[in-house]
Design a protein around this ligand. Structure first.
Ligand code: ATP
Length: 319
């Protein structure tokens, strides 16, 4: 193994730069030549390759986003697009590849693995919706961003005695809502994993009102429904003033937390180790307290477990 490449793909996540940095520095440490591909799979098709040296990743560990840029590539979903990408990697004599991204990116990585290119994935998505890793890079930062927003909205909710319904990201996963709700003391957390009853949400609010509490935070994971709609319904049922805030893409940005930087450094360094051992078709992860590696095929089969204990605890603590 002499020459490897790295790229980021799919939605960006804070900590991706720390992962790129770790791939580059670990590769240089082992005497490998390392290259960056711009814009994910589309960059393979468009032949966007740049040599990476130690200095290429300087001053990046604390920055959100990705210095290699990221993209979604419909062209790579076609056989022609995949053939172009594979031909390019062969022409460039790239022997190993690190793909930093989410589930979709690993499906693309599996295509390259099956074509005989040693390929390892590093999980980075704020949604944290990938099995065989307790945490994906970016999740912790997003949870901190949301809990910071809750703190701020709670100030105004308290001052004006209002109910705030806050919509957070996570696609089909409620984990950002759950963790940020626990950290921010949300009165109700609505997630796609658990059926919810708006009457129960309103009863809970009413119990708060009855004991003199006139402000509340209701967190809605985007996969569970629209905060605007839920806010309208609560307003109709309870005749109380409701404000709705959709946090949106600010959850994808920002300085990565120390946790995400350390996670990224560990998982990306492990990816380089696996390539050096000649391994391929694997995703690194932090699983059950240890750095681990799991075949993509296993990752695709398993759904991320939802933290039911935390969900119940959040309800108890918001009693
Ligand atoms: P995020 O979870 O943040 O959205 P992701 O990696 O899941 O990240 P996707 O948009 O699903 O993001 O995938 C990124 C890219 O991976 C796609 O644009 C496509 O080029 C490639 N890809 C996705 N699914 C497949 C597939 N089944 N086969 C080949 N390539 C795929």
């Amino acid at each position: 193994m002499k020459k490897i490449a790295v790229f980021t793909s799919g939605g960006d996540a804070p900590g991706m730069n720390a992962a790129v940095r770790a791939v580059v520095r670990k590769s240089v440490f082992h005497g490998l030549s390392v290259f960056g591909i711009k814009r994910g799979f589309q960059g393979l098709i468009n032949k966007e390759i740049v040599p990476m040296q130690l200095g290429s990743v300087a001053d990046s560990i604390h920055r959100g986003g990705t210095i290699l840029l990221t993209a979604r590539s419909p062209e790579f979903l076609t056989a022609e697009g995949q053939a172009k990408a594979i031909t390019f990697l062969r022409e460039q004599q790239i022997e190993g590849l690190v793909v930093i991204g989410g589930d979709g990116s690993f499906r693309g990585a599996q295509v390259l693995h099956e074509a005989g290119i040693l390929t390892v994935g590093v999980p980075a998505t704020i949604d944290n919706d990938i099995a065989f890793t307790d945490f994906c890079i970016g999740f912790d930062t997003a949870v901190n961003t949301v809990s910071d927003a809750i703190n701020k909205l709670r100030d105004t909710a308290t001052s004006h005695e209002r109910i705030y319904v806050i919509e957070v990201m996570g696609r089909n996963s409620g984990l950002i809502a759950l963790h940020a709700g626990l950290a921010g003391g949300a009165e109700s957390i609505i997630v796609p994993e658990a059926p919810f009853d708006l009457t129960e949400v309103c009863n809970r609010l009413q119990r708060g009102v009855d004991r003199g509490k006139l402000h509340s935070i209701i967190l809605v994971a985007e996969g569970a429904g629209s905060a605007l709609h839920i806010g309208e319904e609560i307003k109709r049922i309870m005749q109380l003033e409701i404000r709705v805030t959709i946090l949106g893409h600010l959850q994808r940005g920002g300085t990565p937390t120390a946790f995400d930087r350390i996670l990224a450094s560990r998982l990306a360094a492990k990816a380089v180790d696996l390539l050096l051992e000649g391994k391929s078709g694997l995703m690194t992860g932090f699983y059950k307290g240890e750095v681990a590696a799991t075949p993509f095929t296993e990752v695709f089969k398993k759904q991320k477990e939802f933290s039911w204990d935390d969900y119940k605890l959040a309800a108890i603590l918001a009693i």
